[in-house]
Design a protein around this ligand. Structure first.
Ligand code: HSE
Length: 399
């Protein structure tokens, strides 16, 4: 066994990722790892595999041989119940539920400290790309300045198909759903919420600070129109949905999820389909780029498998940035100014956003836009109104 711990797993969920994990374990047969029982809602469904299914969580929690819980379900509140119960009962846990983690991370960090049980969740941010473990281990010093990138595979798949291949938005979304990339509620993907959850998790590991989802400006791609695409093309840019966290020179943190109009000199300009791309920037080393499959059963299942095998060596997140100086963490602010493209319908829509300056303005029948400088604060104040109206906002960084 080479010092590897024996893991007997109780698996919750047998959807796209659960099934892929089961198959990966069958193929790779890692020493000392086995799934003993799988908890699913519908026990009578024929899943075509020889495994012990149950619909009773107690059959996992009360089995003393099961020392690891792997949770791959959709429902964030059920996921929270499963993970907290596993930790309290001293079982190691692995989760892929970014929505649950983004809301409960501070409490789950405390619970790990209290119980000594570990929780790993590298699959929760950027699928197969080991972002969290790298932030934990390599970027564990003060040189890190920013992490930004494409954190959602489905919206990137849609943008690629619409932008590069002229497909309709609805057809591209349908393909993303059929391929198993999209959430069961795809508005989580296209309206930026899934990217937001991942950004919050990344921020805890990158800078130690936990930011509640309500505080972060989040806007997705579901309002994007043909006019917006034409604007981007005229400016030789592509629209990408970007999650961004950055430590400003005064030590404060900014974070947002917003479509960006990107020029071709940016690494993530060429990240297409369901791939994710993360650019990490730091003092002295400047920029580094991580790229890989961000969604889908097997890529995500691979990250879960990696968390499982890491647990065999007792790997755990140490949350160094958060726990070393808990009273001296970077403070979150929305006080940052930047250039945006804003497409709107009525003068009331235009007045929603407080522009400090406007450098370009276009008005015609049915298609109006401005390019100007505003702040995250101004956008965040009207975020829910922007989501209700037929408007589109995108960051428009200089070349
Ligand atoms: N729906 C998510 C995405 C799955 O498209 O990125 C992976 O987290």
């Amino acid at each position: 066994m080479n010092g590897r711990k024996k893991l007997v797993i109780g698996l919750f969920g047998f959807g796209t990722v659960g099934r892929a994990l089961h198959s990966l374990l069958e193929t790779t047969r890692p020493d000392g790892v086995k799934i003993k029982r799988i908890c699913v809602r519908d026990i009578n469904k024929d899943r075509g595999i020889d495994a012990s299914f149950t619909n009773n969580p107690d059959e996992i929690f009360n089995d003393p041989e099961i020392n690891m819980v792997v949770e791959l379900i959709d429902d964030a509140s059920a996921s929270y119940q499963i993970i907290t119960r596993a930790l309290r009962e001293g079982k190691a846990a692995v989760s892929g539920n970014k929505k649950m983690l983004a809301v409960h991370l501070p409490e789950l960090i405390d619970l790990q400290k209290e119980t000594g049980a570990t929780l790993l969740y590298d699959a929760s941010a950027c699928g197969s790309i080991p972002v969290i473990r790298n932030l934990e281990e390599y970027y564990d010093n003060e040189l890190l300045i920013s992490v930004k990138g494409i954190l959602n595979g489905s919206s990137n798949y849609i943008l690629t198909k619409v932008f590069n291949h002229g497909m309709t938005y609805a057809a591209a979304l349908k393909e993303a759903q059929e391929a198993g990339f999209a959430e069961s509620d795809p508005s989580l993907d296209v309206d930026g919420w899934d990217s937001l959850s991942k950004l919050i998790i990344i921020t805890v590991h990158a800078f130690g600070t936990y930011i509640h989802p309500d505080k972060i400006f989040t806007f997705g791609i579901s309002h994007m129109s043909q006019g917006d695409i034409n604007f981007a093309r005229e400016k030789n840019r592509r629209i990408k949905l970007v999650g961004h966290v950055e430590k400003l020179s005064d030590g404060r943190l900014i974070a947002c999820v917003i479509p960006q109009l990107l020029s071709d000199n940016k690494y993530i300009y060429s990240v297409d389909d369901e791939f994710n791309g993360v650019v990490i920037k730091g003092l002295y080393y400047d920029k580094q780029f991580m790229f890989g499959r961000g969604a889908g059963g097997y890529p995500t299942g691979s990250a879960i498998l990696s968390d499982i095998t890491a647990s065999q060596y007792d790997y755990k997140y140490e949350y160094k940035k958060r726990l070393t100086h808990p009273n001296d963490l970077p403070q979150f602010t929305n006080d940052v100014h930047f250039r945006v493209y804003y497409r709107y319908q009525s003068p009331e829509d235009l007045n929603l956003i407080n522009f400090e300056s406007i450098s370009e303005k276009y008005i015609s029948e049915g298609f109006n836009y401005v390019v100007g400088v505003t702040s995250l604060e101004s956008l965040h104040k009207v975020a829910s109104k922007l989501r209700e109206r037929d408007v589109f906002v995108a960051a428009y960084p200089p070349d």
